[in-house]
Ligand binder design. Sequence first.
Ligand SMILES: [Ca+2]
Ligand SMILES: [Ca+2]
Ligand SMILES: [Ca+2]
Length: 215
Amino acid sequence: MKRILLPLLLIILISNISAIRINEFESNPEGPDTGNEWVELYDRGDIDLEGYKLVNNDGDEIVLSGSFSKYYVYTFDKQWLDNKDEGIFLYKDGELVDETDVVDDGANDDFAWSYCSKDWEFVEETKDGKNDCKKEEDQDESDSEIQLTNNVVQETPTAQPEPQVISLGAKDIKSEKDKKNLDKSDYALYGFIGFCILLIVLFIIKSTYNKNEFE
Ligand SMILES: [Ca+2]
Ligand SMILES: [Ca+2]
Ligand SMILES: [Ca+2]
């Protein structure tokens, strides 16, 4: 029983370990930035923000509080993120937990830097929701389709049995030729022998006839 319970307990513990990350941020929202910039955090479980703080690339700090599950959006009440060379760092109890790339957002629109499979992409913002990593997903899908097509092509059985190619090598050709030559010489030999036998028979008949004639 212990053998089953111990791994099960470990799995439960591991699955509950925090995996908080900075998921998206908008440093240049459409219109005025002041009061409209925001950062989105993500954690797959429930998390208490006690001890967490955000730090920007200039070293300014914001202490977080409260708790959340899945997505959490913090909207800055002042202009806190630069539109150039900006990045965000997440600390817990003084230790770095996560950080973004240092990037630019010169586009005064609803495109924001989003975490997409370990890379940061500048895509349409999805505040408080799953990031819209369409470009990457489309690419993955098209890659899958290409792979699938390739597999289909590769796995399609050939309906027509492959024609058996009989190749006659030089040796084979030579043998055939030799056989023909041999046949010819055989016929000549047999012909010659037959001819000789006929001559002998005629000679015997003639001798017999001559002998009878003289008797
Ligand atoms: Ca703006
Ligand atoms: Ca923007
Ligand atoms: Ca999002």
